[in-house]
Design a protein around this ligand. Structure first.
Ligand SMILES: [Zn+2]
Length: 412
């Protein structure tokens, strides 16, 4: 089997897809089920049909393009990613995994390889949370991580429900039919740009992902007592911002002392009410984002934060209300898929790094229903979700080659 990646065609296709956008080049904006997204989907389906793949679309718009294997009863080997893009994003996030996946399949076809297990390209709907406020909508439904009823309650910024929006986009069927049956995939692989700087910094062209970190996010509201900045003396104060400061530092300490470098915690929002120089803060709203590759350790940090809330509310006479908005479990990638990727790297004499995905992806949810791993390629300066996001043609082609090799090994 001689595998040859048509790099020029792949790069041309990445450019073509980038041109279907609501932002001026080089920026890409493609929000799920907008005319730009629908046009991009149609363009992509045409490319899959040209490659002789059989297309299927489910009720949420996840798109499956299948190259049938010789054993129709054997579970498929899947690969794919997403083509939606946040406002003012770049060309490569998600797209490399979709068009690279398609090119890997075409390269296998041209090499004369014939799979036993079907090989399937999967394009997920709405990996980005832009429209409905929740990321990985398609893969959550595919994996049963989000119930159809919960999905139906989601609305976009114009108060249009998912049901309305997807029907307008021409999608038929019921959300209840989206979940994949058990054992549908023998393995799933997502090729993706790293979205971090490690591969570039270490000058290693490929990353094989062993763990995918996942965030828990919380909203915290602290209520104290306001008053005049001159009139209320210090012993009488119940300053909500001072309580918030203590809580933020307690969270930092909890993450720093978790025992692992993989624990991270961030307070990115701090809204102070009433927000005047001569007024004691009476109310503060905070966000907290806590991530780890280990669920127990991450939830341990949440517990420490709750303990700190109790202690601070007692000592400062404030009330602290926390609300857990989201807490997806991190994933460990499947050892057999990690090994298949590693072997493919070795076979093509490519150096690779075993690494952790700090961002989460559709693979986080796919890992709940299929043996899953990810393959990373470097991106310049680690930049992503911005117009100057860049991955080199060599790196894209290399990732695609290793993906093709891995798909071949797993589908034999
Ligand atoms: Zn992505």
């Amino acid at each position: 089997m001689k595998l040859q990646i048509d790099r020029d065609r792949l790069l041309r296709e990445i450019e073509s897809l980038a041109s279907i956008s609501d932002a001026e080049a080089p920026a890409v904006t493609r929000i799920v089920f907008t005319p730009a997204d629908l046009k991009a989907r149609a363009w992509l389906r045409a490319r899959c049909e040209e490659a002789g793949l059989t297309l299927r679309q489910d009720a949420i718009g996840n798109t499956f393009a299948r190259w049938a294997g010789s054993d129709s009863k054997a579970p498929a080997v899947g690969t794919g990613s997403h083509i939606d893009a946040i406002p003012n994003a770049g060309k490569y996030d998600g797209v490399v995994g979709v068009l690279g996946g398609l090119e890997a399949m075409r390269a296998l076809q041209q090499s004369g390889f014939r799979p036993k297990h079907s090989i399937e390209l999967l394009v997920f709907t709405s990996e980005e949370p832009t429209r409905f406020g929740i990321g990985c909508l398609g893969s959550r439904l595919l994996s049963g991580s989000l119930s159809p009823d919960a999905a139906k309650r989601l609305k976009d910024g114009d108060s249009e429900s998912i049901e309305e929006v997807r029907r307008k986009a021409g999608l038929r069927g019921e959300l209840e039919e989206v979940k994949l049956p058990n054992g549908y995939y023998k393995a799933f692989i997502e090729l993706h740009i790293e979205q971090g700087p490690l591969l570039e910094r270490q000058q290693i062209p490929l990353g094989v992902v062993t763990h995918i970190a996942a965030p828990a996010s919380l909203r915290v509201v602290i209520e104290g007592a306001g008053g005049h900045a001159g009139g209320v003396l210090m012993p009488d104060r119940r300053d909500a911002l001072c309580a918030a400061a203590e809580l933020i530092l307690a969270l930092e300490t909890a993450a720093r002392t978790s025992g692992a470098i993989d624990t991270v915690a961030t307070v990115g929002i701090c809204e102070v009410f009433p927000g005047a120089v001569n007024s004691i803060p009476s109310r503060v709203r905070l966000s907290a984002d806590i991530r780890d590759t280990d669920l127990r350790r991450r939830d341990g940090v949440i517990k420490s934060m709750e303990n700190a809330c109790n202690a601070i509310s007692a000592s400062r006479q404030v009330t602290i209300h926390t609300e857990l908005l989201n807490a997806d479990a991190p994933a460990e990638c499947a050892p057999e898929v990690v090994e298949a990727l590693s072997q493919a790297c070795r076979k093509h004499e490519q150096k690779f790094l075993l690494m952790i995905s700090r961002a989460y992806h559709d693979s986080l949810f796919m890992s709940r229903i299929a043996p899953t791993a990810m393959l990373f390629i470097p991106c310049r300066n680690g930049y992503s979700h911005r117009p100057d996001e860049y991955a080199s043609p060599e790196d894209i082609a290399r990732g695609t080659l290793v993906l093709a090799e891995t798909l071949a090994q797993l589908s034999k």
